[in-house]
Design a binder for this molecule. Structure first.
Ligand code: FMN
Length: 545
């Protein structure tokens, strides 16, 4: 027996009186490091025993019922069963998507959630969602081909992002997903159901030989509000279904089947996250939406109830376990993947992200819904983007046209922000719009306030692209979407091999988060059973695999 105190104690009132442990005494560890190693062997049980007043741990041996009159020099205090990472979360998430973890990575617009990222994850049977938002149809099409070639049997998802300003963008994406048989869509930014998302869902409905409904097109809807969630939890609205039948897009049979299935298979509840966010705390939002799901389930009795997943702030084994223990069926990470090797962000951005602390994020005006005052959560350390975007929004609020802005202020804009004259910035904007949205360009010519907004949005749009392309000389203008999860992750991996962005692969990150969550589950379980366990044992640190 080691003489050093390993710190483990056991509260006597939890004492196990029905079983004894039998096995080789040499397998029992009493030293700190050896105990921690044994706690980390997740695929074996852990027996917590006491010999001569000292608590020790072993993965070996067996438990037997106590026989009357026998005494043993080894007291069994408690034990815990093996745990596999597949036990975490809802098993139906694993079978529905053919994945090994109740974990997925969320889309990141502009291909930041890249083909490489989705393929790397898919090869390890982890679900990743391609960042189709903001990409032209040709680029989405080539991503579909590349991902389908690498992962002919999946798993992979594509993002269908609601475009309030241009429904044609949404429709083009749906057409591509249907054409190529993309079977999992992560739907996001929806404020209400649109014909496009309903079309995608219902066009995949059929009956099998046993007259059961087959839902070929799976929808994982990412939502942060109850009222929107409730729409995705119910069958598609009759009005939209009727229009789709009239347009010949879906059959009468599909219209009938649509009455029986919810719009989404999964709802990802998104709390305070990178990018677009309502900044709600997960601990409030998740229970509320789980309760809503239960209410709707009791009304519709779907054979497979809708699963509720958790996103926003998931960055560590602790946050993952907490979400799962609150009842999440699966977790979704976002910000932390942008700093990974496979992300479409440039090296400079990844470095900034790897240094970010929890408080290094802030809300800044969004490019897509600038005039409405919508904001996105971005990184503020190492970039002036949030300040500059805020300034642009204040100018937009204060003045009715570019010409009304005082000359000194305009000059500052031209020198520091645009680095070109306002006339040149407008030329660039007009050239872009004449290709993409000539109607808007026409309106702006006679509407000076709109023209001002479009010039400002030109800067906001470019600043995101600079961050992915790695535009030299524009580093201070990079718009980098990021939530507090990034700081949480950096705190966790500080001092480990994952502190360096070149070592962060999306698969390694997922593996460590899930393994860490299973380890912490074991620790918390032992604590609940009465083991008093010092902090030394309770931390999961990522080790190079
Ligand atoms: N979610 C989408 O559904 N579509 C997007 O295009 C999208 N772009 C994102 C871009 C970046 C850089 C980041 C960090 C997030 C983006 N998100 C997008 C949200 C993520 O998919 C994910 O839901 C979110 O980041 C999870 O919260 P977290 O940042 O706290 O991990």
């Amino acid at each position: 027996l080691s003489t050093q105190d390993n710190g483990l104690r056991f509260s006597t009132y939890n004492y196990n009186q029905n079983l004894v442990w039998k096995g080789n005494l040499e397998t029992i560890s009493f030293e700190q490091q050896a105990i921690k190693d044994k706690l980390l062997v997740l695929d074996k049980p852990c027996y917590i025993v006491r010999i001569a007043g000292k608590v020790g741990v072993t993965n070996e041996g067996y438990l037997y019922p106590v026989e009357n009159g026998t005494t043993s020099q080894v007291e069994l205090l408690t034990s815990i069963a093996p745990i596999s990472l597949q036990q975490l979360g809802d098993p139906s998430f694993l079978s529905a998507y053919g994945v090994k973890y109740a974990y997925m990575t969320g889309a990141m617009a502009g291909g930041i959630a890249s083909e490489e990222m989705v393929i790397a994850l898919g090869k390890e049977r982890i679900l990743g969602s391609f960042g189709a938002g903001g990409l032209p149809p040709e680029r989405i099409e080539s991503a579909i081909k590349q991902i389908q070639q690498a992962l002919p049997n999946g798993p992979y998802a594509f993002n269908l992002i609601h475009s309030p300003n241009d429904m044609a963008i949404e429709r083009r994406a749906v057409d591509l997903y249907l054409k190529y048989g993309v079977r999992i869509v992560e739907a996001s930014a929806f404020l209400d159901l649109t014909p496009n998302i309903v079309y995608y869902r219902v066009a995949g409905l059929s009956l099998n030989d046993a007259n059961q409904i087959i839902i070929k097109n799976k929808v994982i809807a990412k939502i942060s509000r109850r009222e929107v969630a409730s729409k995705f939890m119910q069958p598609a609205p009759a009005k939209i279904i009727k229009e789709l039948v009239e347009q010949g897009l879906i059959t009468e049979l599909q219209a009938k089947l649509a009455e029986k299935v919810p719009m989404a298979d999964d709802i990802t509840v998104e709390a305070d996250s990178g990018g677009h966010t309502d900044n709600r705390p997960l601990v409030c939002l998740l229970p509320s939406l789980i309760a809503l799901r239960n209410e709707i389930q009791s009304q519709y009795n779907y054979p497979q109830p809708i699963r509720i997943g958790a996103a926003g702030g998931i960055a560590t084994p602790e946050s993952t376990l907490a979400a799962l223990m609150m009842g999440a069926a699966y977790v979704v990470t976002g910000s932390i993947n942008q700093a990974c090797v496979e992300s479409g962000a440039c090296e400079h951005t990844k470095k900034l992200l790897a240094q970010a602390e929890m408080a290094d994020v802030t809300m800044a005006p969004a490019g897509d819904m600038f005039e409405m005052g919508v904001k996105v959560q971005v990184l503020k350390r190492g970039t002036m983007f949030p300040m500059r975007a805020q300034k642009l929004y204040e100018l937009y609020r204060t003045y009715n046209s570019i010409e009304e802005i005082p000359a000194a202020e305009r000059e500052k804009l031209e020198k520091q922000v645009f680095r070109k004259t306002i006339a040149e910035a407008w030329e660039g904007t007009a050239a872009y719009l004449s290709q993409k949205n000539p109607e808007k360009l026409g309106k702006a010519v006679n509407n000076p306030k709109l023209k001002m907004a479009l010039i400002f949005r030109w800067y906001l749009g470019l600043s995101s692209r600079w961050s992915t392309a790695g535009e030299k000389g524009r580093e201070v203008d990079y718009q980098i979407w990021c939530g507090p999860a990034m700081g949480g992750f950096n705190d966790w991996v500080r001092g480990s091999y994952l502190a360096e962005p070149q070592n962060r692969t999306v698969v390694n990150v997922a593996d460590h988060i899930m393994k860490g969550a299973a380890f912490l589950y074991r620790i918390q379980n032992l604590k609940i059973q009465g083991l008093q366990i010092p902090d030394y044992y309770t931390q999961y640190r990522p080790e190079c695999q």
